[in-house]
Design a protein around this ligand. Structure first.
Ligand SMILES: C[S@@+](CC[C@H](N)C(=O)[O-])C[C@H]1O[C@@H](n2cnc3c(N)ncnc32)[C@H](O)[C@@H]1O
Length: 227
């Protein structure tokens, strides 16, 4: 089975640093990722969090935080990202959605967050873990900024090389052009498989997190509660 899972081909965390990469991603997200954001937001909204402050790590162009703010009008959300160019688009998207009073953005690497201990009742992240240069450091930061009784919910692609031709075909059927399919395949190839994520979590404060695979949606899901 090992060869089917293949070797991880990492991407740089700066993959979305320039304007054209950010614009290309936002168009991709607008066209193809709406259902992921809605499912993520619906799942997060059901968690009974001990507060109203929510943090999204690797928020990108803000499409997940906008969806979260729509389903939970009582939440105040901070979107953090290492790329200023992604955050520029996130601010525009938030303005257009009329949500600037509920969502703020913070340029920062997830490995070193400029927030006080226990600032957030929920920390979320979608499709960013595979880019973090030091995931263990990010997990430590998540633990630090989460308030007691708070939660963390992380989704990312799962890597399973045998699926690559199938993904390419699926992307084509969804109307993706070649560059859009390549963006998706590169993200999947740089993602972790279930065993690797469990190993990454093992030496961190999130070691008791629940890690599951959602094969139907080709996703890895990490859920953690701070006791
Ligand atoms: C594939 S995009 C996903 C964006 C968004 N979460 C979404 O679901 O549409 C990954 C984002 O993670 C950001 N990122 C990568 N490494 C990061 C790090 N170490 N700290 C903070 N953000 C990071 C990138 O700049 C990019 O905006």
């Amino acid at each position: 089975m090992k060869f089917l899972k293949g070797t991880r081909i990492p991407l740089s965390e700066d993959s979305f640093a320039d304007t054209s990469a950010a614009q290309f991603y936002d168009e991709h997200a607008r066209r193809f990722m709406g259902s992921v954001y809605r499912r993520f937001a619906a799942k997060a909204a059901r968690i009974n969090i001990p507060g109203k402050q929510v943090l999204d790590l690797g928020t990108g162009t803000g499409r997940l935080v906008i969806e979260l703010a729509k389903v939970r009008p009582d939440w105040q959300i901070t979107g953090a990202d290492i790329s200023e160019e992604m955050l520029k688009i996130a601010r525009t998207n938030t303005e257009q959605a009329g949500l600037t009073d509920r969502i703020v953005f913070q340029p920062t690497p997830a490995e070193s967050l400029p927030f006080a201990d226990g600032s957030f009742a929920l920390v979320v992240s979608n499709s960013s873990l595979h880019l973090w240069s030091d995931p263990a450091k990010v997990f430590k930061e998540i633990s630090r900024v989460t308030s007691p009784g708070g939660y963390c919910l992380i989704w990312d692609n799962m890597r399973y090389n045998i699926l690559n031709p199938f993904l390419s075909l699926l992307g084509w059927a969804m109307g993706m052009n070649q560059s859009q399919r390549l963006l998706w395949l590169k993200a999947v190839r740089s993602s972790y498989n279930l065993g690797e994520v469990k190993a990454l979590l093992r030496e961190t404060p999130l070691r008791n997190a629940r890690v599951t695979l959602v094969p139907r949606f080709l996703e890895l899901c990490i859920q953690w509660k701070k006791t």
